[in-house]
Design a protein around this ligand. Sequence first.
Ligand SMILES: Cc1cc2nc3c(=O)[nH]c(=O)nc-3n(C[C@H](O)[C@H](O)[C@H](O)COP(=O)(O)OP(=O)(O)OC[C@H]3O[C@@H](n4cnc5c(N)ncnc54)[C@H](O)[C@@H]3O)c2cc1C
Length: 412
Amino acid sequence: MRTSTVVIGAGHTGLAISHFLSERSIDHVVLERGEVANSWRTERWDSLRLLTPNWQTRLPGFVYDGADPDGYMDMPELVRFIDGYARFIDAPIKDHTRVLSLRRTDDTYQTITENGLWESPTVVLATGAFNRPDVPAVAGLVPSSVEMVTPHDYRRTDQLPDGNVLVVGASATGIQIADEVHRSGRPVTLAVGEHVRMPRLYRGKDVFWWLENSGILDERYDEVEDIVRARHLSSPQLVGTPERVTLDLNYLTDLGVRLVGRFAAVSDGKAQFSGSLLNKCELADLKLGRLLDTFDEWALTSGWEDQVEPPHRLPATVVEDSPLLALDLGDVATIIWATGFRPDYSWLDIPVLDRKGNLKHEAGVVTESPGLYRMGLNMLRRRKSSFIHGAGDDARDLTEHLAAYLGVGVAA
Ligand SMILES: Cc1cc2nc3c(=O)[nH]c(=O)nc-3n(C[C@H](O)[C@H](O)[C@H](O)COP(=O)(O)OP(=O)(O)OC[C@H]3O[C@@H](n4cnc5c(N)ncnc54)[C@H](O)[C@@H]3O)c2cc1C
């Protein structure tokens, strides 16, 4: 089978690209190993809600039109939203079609699937950035008596044995799971490394209202000082709940969760934690202060100053005087590794990965393999690239590049 563009993945980024390809009458197919929005259907825990508000959950030509614009979608609602988009744009999806290998001969890509071969001059990888939990090697030293769980296996608390739980990682995933597990009666210790602290509401508005309106989310990859760092920034400590709570470390400490430093090693059956907890928390507090300063300056210059509540600052993160540096793993029933995710390129048979297994690309254009594109990575082209509403601008830009590569004219 031949087509101009093969899009791999029918998550929202694959669909956004499909929308712009159709707009330019570029024939294409979207190959999906499961169903539309497969990651949200199969790889998330039951209580998860988006941490971005409903009004911001939008795709090209398609906006949230429900009754709760300030709320946060749960997974069934989000799957319905993305499914609705696939129907709205009439995307040419071949579902239950896993890509087994992507190769290149001369100017043609060969996409080998479980249902046959596709040949095309261009391919868009929209396979997601969070395909595999990124568990550190030290996990291999944990005694077998401890149950180990990743966010991909975790669904709800009753699947965990009773007893103490060590959650490793304090980004959005780690703090949300720590909260829920501690409330289930399983005492939680939370290992905290570098993290991004944010209030749910600031001056009466959702933090994403500030991030979007002040232009921070539109910052481009070529405008930031350190792109490698920006691409590896962890997700902000936020949760989307109807109560719009700020789920930060102080909130968890008040609940009874014990904070320790970064999980560094296992020795003599004990987990060893770094002594950097206070530093990491002070750094996060400092960066939060700077972010709020930026919001305040923007409010003054944009005319919003009188329409939002007065500025305020959050109390510093409270850290014990001598946080625990070691924990006997004989006393731990479960470790939850909320240490991040990685993309899976095991099926990519084109030499475009660096030593660390990351795709080499220039803002989504894989320059070493002309005609190959990537969507959906952190800070791909803009700060908002990894968020649902960020897909539209990236997809438009990359479709423009792809169309020029194919020699196709301007959009109809
Ligand atoms: C826990 C979590 C919470 C998040 N919360 C938010 C949030 O609140 N707001 C927000 O805006 N963003 C959020 N994100 C980030 C972002 O929206 C997701 O990462 C999003 O899923 C990325 O979209 P995508 O289309 O690139 O990837 P995905 O949605 O992962 O889609 C990729 C698709 O490719 C398919 N695929 C993969 N490999 C193959 C193959 N070999 N063959 C065929 N098909 C394949 C998959 O089945 C999948 O359907 C969150 C991410 C995570 C992990």
